[in-house]
Design a protein around this ligand. Structure first.
Ligand SMILES: C[S@@+](CC[C@H](N)C(=O)[O-])C[C@H]1O[C@@H](n2cnc3c(N)ncnc32)[C@H](O)[C@@H]1O
Length: 158
């Protein structure tokens, strides 16, 4: 659904599995993380713009005014960034977010701090009135190990 050739933001990209996916699909990708060391060969890929930034250090969002046809965030949550991420969507841009959610603390998983767990419906609230929700789940996954997650795919309508 990401418009063909449109730039993509992979926030908290880690080892860059989604950076690689989107770059391979013909999108220039801005890959942001506090630690870019795990990007490997992607760090030198001409399709990839690596941006080293501490997203929780109290500094302004590192990509002011930039917009993307796709914003992807997985397994990362820092609530103060959520509005910046919606603002970083170009009209027609696709918001893809998946991370751990409340309930995970009861499943024996590693992520238990409520600051890092989405509240039920939280991604839907973020989308309300401005993003068209294409898919949303608030589920417990059994594989690879039990985890409570929420995930959304939504398109910026205005
Ligand atoms: C669990 S990994 C997820 C990586 C990737 N999104 C994925 O799903 O494969 C979380 C990522 O958040 C990054 N991170 C944690 N704190 C950060 C911060 N303050 N600023 C920027 N990135 C941060 C870590 O370096 C790590 O790469």
């Amino acid at each position: 659904m990401v418009p063909e050739g449109a730039p993509v933001l992979d926030l908290a990209c880690g080892g860059g599995r989604h950076t690689r996916l989107f770059a391979g699909a013909g999108h220039p990708v801005t890959a942001v993380d506090i630690d870019l060391s795990r990007l490997g060969d992607l760090a030198d890929d001409p399709r990839v713009e690596p941006v080293q930034a501490d997203l929780e250090g109290g500094e302004p969002f590192p990509l002011p005014g930039r917009t993307f046809g796709g914003v992807v965030v997985t397994n990362y949550l820092h609530r103060p960034l959520l509005e910046d991420l919606v603002a970083a969507l170009a009209p027609g841009g696709v918001f893809i977010y998946e991370t751990f959610a409340e309930g995970n603390e009861a499943l024996g998983g590693r992520v238990t701090n409520p600051d890092f767990l989405l509240r039920h419906g939280e991604l839907l609230e973020l989308a309300r009135g401005r993003l068209r929700v294409v898919a949303y789940e608030d589920v417990v996954l059994e594989e690879p190990k039990p985890a409570a997650v929420q995930r959304i795919c939504a398109v910026r309508t205005r």
